[in-house]
Design a protein around this ligand. Structure first.
Ligand code: SF4
Length: 65
């Protein structure tokens, strides 16, 4: 059992905050203006907690596999 970083696309407003905070992990799909997780293992600095806490709509979370 592990945890997977997940973005709820229904909630995401494409603000880019998560990408600014953790560009190793998040990327913005500019066509649909939604962020996605490009590399689960990419975070080397913030454990993505900062990105999770900074998302204005609470779209990022850890989901149990
Ligand atoms: Fe989407 Fe939240 Fe990332 Fe903004 S911070 S792009 S709303 S997931």
């Amino acid at each position: 059992m592990g945890k997977v970083l997940t973005i709820d696309e229904e909630l995401c407003i494409g603000c880019g905050t998560c990408v600014e905070i953790c560009p190793d992990v998040f990327e913005l799909n500019e066509t649909i203006e939604k962020a996605f997780v490009k590399n689960q293992e990419g975070c080397s600095q913030c454990d993505c907690e900062e990105a999770i806490n900074s998302c204005p709509v609470g779209a990022i979370s850890w989901v149990e596999e």
